[in-house]
Design a protein around this ligand. Structure first.
Ligand SMILES: Cc1cc2nc3c(=O)[nH]c(=O)nc-3n(C[C@H](O)[C@H](O)[C@H](O)COP(=O)(O)OP(=O)(O)OC[C@H]3O[C@@H](n4cnc5c(N)ncnc54)[C@H](O)[C@@H]3O)c2cc1C
Length: 598
């Protein structure tokens, strides 16, 4: 059976020692965030994750969701009880505003907790995950009346939320969408059309489901300029604000899919359902983007979370599985063979996943902290600078951590040999579950195009230049420190590759846009490697300082951190050069074959 232990200590190291979140006590919601309180929250979250959510992960995968004749959907055994505990613990509203029943704590803490929960049971955590995205969109674009009507029940998890973009003929290109909205004359609309692949679209864990639906108002322009966003509740609210009459929305089918079996992926039919406009007519896409940006960070975190649980299982298996002898002589002479963890190739696998996970955790929390600053600081300058980095990092975090999350789930499965392919060990589930994170919330190829096509040039390249300067300054400031020079040298080399690739795009992509498309995925990964390298250099600096200051309690942990930092710098970061070379070859060969020749 699979195992999972939430990485509480590593998360605390990043939050307290590397990012120093206590320093942000002036931000709303941060005042009480002391190391003790952070440890208490993470400890409780770990308990819920390990003891409640994790034990029903594998059974949830095997059982899946069931749709009944009447269109209702039942989630796997144990999910409702576990969701109730999650809801009652106030976890859904941890970072939501207090005026709607949330706790107003940092989004950074919410993200830290989210990793534990998602690693334990990604399918189950998608129900509240989508609710959080819907809450964010209503908070930013909803009317006061809509906020009062929907948010308190969504924040406490009594009602869940969904996002409805995709239609059978329309996925990435939302300009093609056909779902219609006809005005009723009383401010509401009749919504008709079909949405597919709707996560958490129907289930039996909540009293109501609040669908956020993209549709085109009659007479609106074609393309993305004619799309509006609507709230379509499963049950319309009665005079007292409680779920009343059933609305004209139903689940026509649930998809039979590769993974996340515990999450109901639904075909949703809208048959003159009553909907209420959120925000301005024809500005639905920007309202939905609030939700999608939040969701993209959460999906990046899903990639990390699955890679972490897969890693823990692979490491445990490698310590126990006896096979072959160490190249440098027997390590377990009393046994007929050594545990496979003695083999360098198994070490390569485990160290690679570990280095990405610990770096990815720092990357995720650093980005989440930027989100807190961007949304909560009272200084306009601070908000702007943080928002620049947040916008730039969103496609990188989503794309890199989910591409790697899947690769690393496969690598962890490989450590099990044939046993990884057998369902009962759980490794197959991790591979299957991790795969979707590369696809939804904008397939990763689209994240790469967003980075190269929009984010790089945003505000005249202000964000990218600020980040290059921050990383460059870090290398410069620590250049003379003998203990850190190995890390900063490698990081500087990676930064040089990134700057050269960025310059190449500037010179070669404007005149020939295919060059941008051809290099975009490599660029996203090149950028991700440098940011991970920056996280590793900062973690190494902190670990060196703590050890030099005589910290004994965590000495082993800190020494292991430094070994992993060196591994990242030596064996992973140099990939930046290969990525740069690929980018600089441009699009010519890639585009040369006739379509019919493929
Ligand atoms: C399990 C699951 C859950 C989902 N949950 C939801 C949900 O809750 N709500 C929702 O609305 N949707 C949901 N989706 C849909 C998901 O977001 C889409 O599948 C995804 O956005 C891709 O759209 P598509 O499948 O139509 O692929 P397409 O848009 O047809 O794309 C196919 C491929 O072409 C690439 N491509 C497309 N256009 C371009 C371009 N211009 N340049 C370069 N490459 C391009 C894409 O990257 C992709 O690799 C879910 C999907 C699944 C499978």
């Amino acid at each position: 059976m699979p195992i999972y232990k939430a990485p509480v200590d590593d998360t605390l190291f990043i939050l307290n020692d590397v990012l120093g979140i206590e320093r942000y006590h002036n931000l709303p919601g941060f005042a009480d965030v002391t190391p003790d309180m952070t440890a208490a929250i993470l400890g409780e979250a770990a308990k819920l994750a390990e003891e409640v959510l994790f034990p029903i992960n594998l059974s949830g995968d095997q059982e899946g969701c069931k749709r009944h004749e009447d269109g209702s959907v039942t989630v796997p055994k144990g999910f409702k009880e576990a969701y109730d505990l999650y809801r009652e613990g106030g976890w859904l509203g941890l970072a939501a505003p207090e005026e709607f029943g949330g706790q107003g704590l940092p989004y950074t803490l919410h993200t830290a907790v989210g990793e534990f929960m998602s690693a334990s049971n990604m399918s189950l955590m998608m129900y509240p995950g989508l609710t959080q995205g819907a809450i964010a969109a209503i908070l930013v674009h909803g009317s006061e009346e809509q906020k009062r009507a929907y948010l308190p029940k969504m924040v406490d998890g009594t009602w869940t939320g969904t996002m409805n973009l995709t239609e059978p003929h329309c996925g990435t290109d939302l300009g093609l969408l056909r779902t219609k909205a006809a005005p009723n004359g009383d401010g509401s609309y009749r919504i008709s059309g079909q949405k597919i692949f709707i996560s958490a679209g129907e289930h039996d864990m909540a009293e109501n489901v609040v669908h956020l639906v993209l549709a085109r108002i009659e007479g609106a322009p074609d393309g993305v300029k004619g799309i509006s966003l609507f709230i379509v509740p499963k049950f319309k609210l009665d005079a007292s604000g409680e779920p009343g009459e059933r609305n004209g929305v139903s689940c026509g089918a649930i998809e039979h899919k590769m993974g996340i079996h515990g999450n109901a992926t639904c075909v949703m039919n809208y048959d003159e359902a009553t909907g209420y406009l959120i925000g301005t007519e024809n500005k639905g896409l920007s309202a939905m983007f609030v939700m999608m940006n939040e969701a993209r960070l959460a999906v990046g975190m899903q990639g990390l979370s699955i890679a972490e649980v897969a890693y823990q299982n692979a490491a445990s298996y490698a310590r126990e599985r006896i096979q072959g002898r160490s190249l440098s002589g027997p390590k377990a002479p009393d046994k007929k063979a050594d545990p496979i963890i003695v083999h360098p190739d198994i070490r390569r696998t485990l160290m690679t996943i570990r280095a990405f996970n610990e770096g990815g955790r720092a990357f995720t929390l650093w980005t989440a902290l930027k989100s807190d600053i961007a949304h909560r600081s009272d200084s306009e300058e601070e908000r702007r600078t943080a928002d620049d980095i947040l916008s730039l990092m969103t496609p990188i975090l989503k794309g890199v951590l989910t591409d790697k999350g899947f690769d690393h789930a496969v690598m962890a499965q490989q450590v099990f040999g044939g046993h990884g392919y057998i369902e009962e060990h759980g490794m197959s589930q991790y591979v299957r579950d991790a795969r979707i994170a590369m696809i939804y919330e904008g397939a990763n190829g689209i994240q790469a195009l967003d980075l190269v096509g929009r984010k790089l040039a945003m505000n005249g390249g202000r964000a990218v230049m600020a980040l290059f300067k921050e990383i460059g300054d870090f290398c410069e400031e620590n250049r003379g420190d003998e203990k850190l020079s190995g890390y900063t040298k490698a990081l500087k080399k990676g930064l040089n590759d990134l700057q050269a690739a960025t310059m190449w795009f500037m010179q070669n992509a404007m005149a020939k846009p295919d060059n941008a498309g051809a290099g975009s995925t490599d660029y996203m990964h090149l950028f991700g490697l440098v940011v991970l390298g920056y996280m590793w250099a900062r973690m190494a600096k902190t670990a060196e300082e703590k050890l030099a200051a005589g910290e004994t309690q965590r000495a082993d942990y800190l020494k292991n951190k430094l070994i992993t930092a060196r591994f990242f710098m030596e064996r992973i970061l140099p990939e930046t050069e290969l990525r740069k070379i690929r980018i600089e070859t441009g699009a010519d060969t890639m585009m040369a074959l006739d379509a019919a020749a493929f």
